[in-house]
Design a protein around this ligand. Structure first.
Ligand SMILES: [Zn+2]
Length: 278
């Protein structure tokens, strides 16, 4: 059984002393690919260093997905779009991420911040087209506007790929994104019995579209699945992807081996890659 962690921040320094161990444990739990996701341009080099180290030392394949995260909108300057463009020219990236809209914190609802988020989102969709890369969406409390921008920009995820990462919307929104060709990224949040809206959305998409709509992710170091929160531990790691798989296998009433294989194929679909299973 092999797993593809489609969204991690495994490059953050909190892992520096543990990354060797965590890679080893994740590998023994079946994890074969992890994607390092960008949020601020100043950390692209760090992501690349972790990826280069992994290429030489780990059996788990690491991929880069550089991008400018909407939550950090106040910190991005126009220069960062050039830096990103440069990075995409110079280094192999599997996608652009994470990009999108986030109006959860009050300060990001202000007209200035919100307009800037929209502008950076649109610019990065433009980059994704120029570089022919899928986009990895971060959307919080702004699903309708995100859909509007994707449609206005004529982004076609069926052709170009993409993931609505750590999905948090309702069932109608989930259906919209899935119909546009985005995979719905499921985190350890699905193991939380209180996440009723999420479970309902996931179940509805499964019933109406099928297993092809989903990929899994840890979003580590965040989103630690409930079964891994032993002793109040909220620090997540790639091996905990198994708990997301476990929960989905119960929710979909599907054999774990079959589910893992399908999710792997879906990851290839989302990234327009062709990695052999295992
Ligand atoms: Zn993330």
């Amino acid at each position: 059984m092999y797993l593809f962690d489609t969204h991690t921040h495994f490059d953050v320094p909190e892992y520096d002393s543990k990354r060797d161990d965590y890679n080893h444990t994740a590998f023994t739990h079946g994890v074969r690919h992890v994607v390092l996701i960008g949020y601020l341009a100043k950390y692209f080099d760090r992501m690349r260093q972790v990826k280069c180290y992994a290429d030489d030392h780990y059996s788990i394949k690491h991929h880069l997905a550089c991008g400018l995260h909407p939550l950090y909108i106040k910190e991005h300057g126009d220069d960062d779009l050039y830096i990103l463009d440069n990075y995409l020219n110079k280094y192999p990236n599997i996608a652009i991420g994470e990009i999108g809209l986030d109006t959860y914190p009050d300060e990001l609802k202000s007209v200035d911040n919100y307009n800037k988020q929209c502008r950076f989102f649109i610019e990065q969709i433009g980059l994704s087209k120029r570089h022919d890369l899928p986009i990895l969406l971060h959307i919080r409390k702004s699903h309708a506007d995100t859909l509007k921008i994707l449609k206005m920009q004529k982004y076609n995820a069926h052709n170009q790929g993409g993931i609505a990462h750590s999905f948090s919307g309702g069932e109608n929104e989930a259906l919209h994104f899935a119909k546009l060709g985005f995979k719905i990224g499921i985190t350890g949040q699905i193991t939380n019995p209180n996440a009723k809206k999420l479970r309902q959305a996931v179940k509805t998409v499964f019933d109406k579209i099928g297993i092809s709509a989903f990929v899994i992710e840890t979003d580590c170091p965040d989103m630690n699945p409930i079964p891994a929160q032993i002793g109040g531990n909220y620090f997540n790691e790639p091996k905990n992807l198994i708990y997301v798989l476990d929960e989905l296998s119960v929710l979909f009433n599907m054999d774990k081996e079959i589910l893992a294989y399908k999710l792997w194929q879906n990851s290839n679909d989302a990234f327009k890659t062709n990695f052999d299973y295992g």
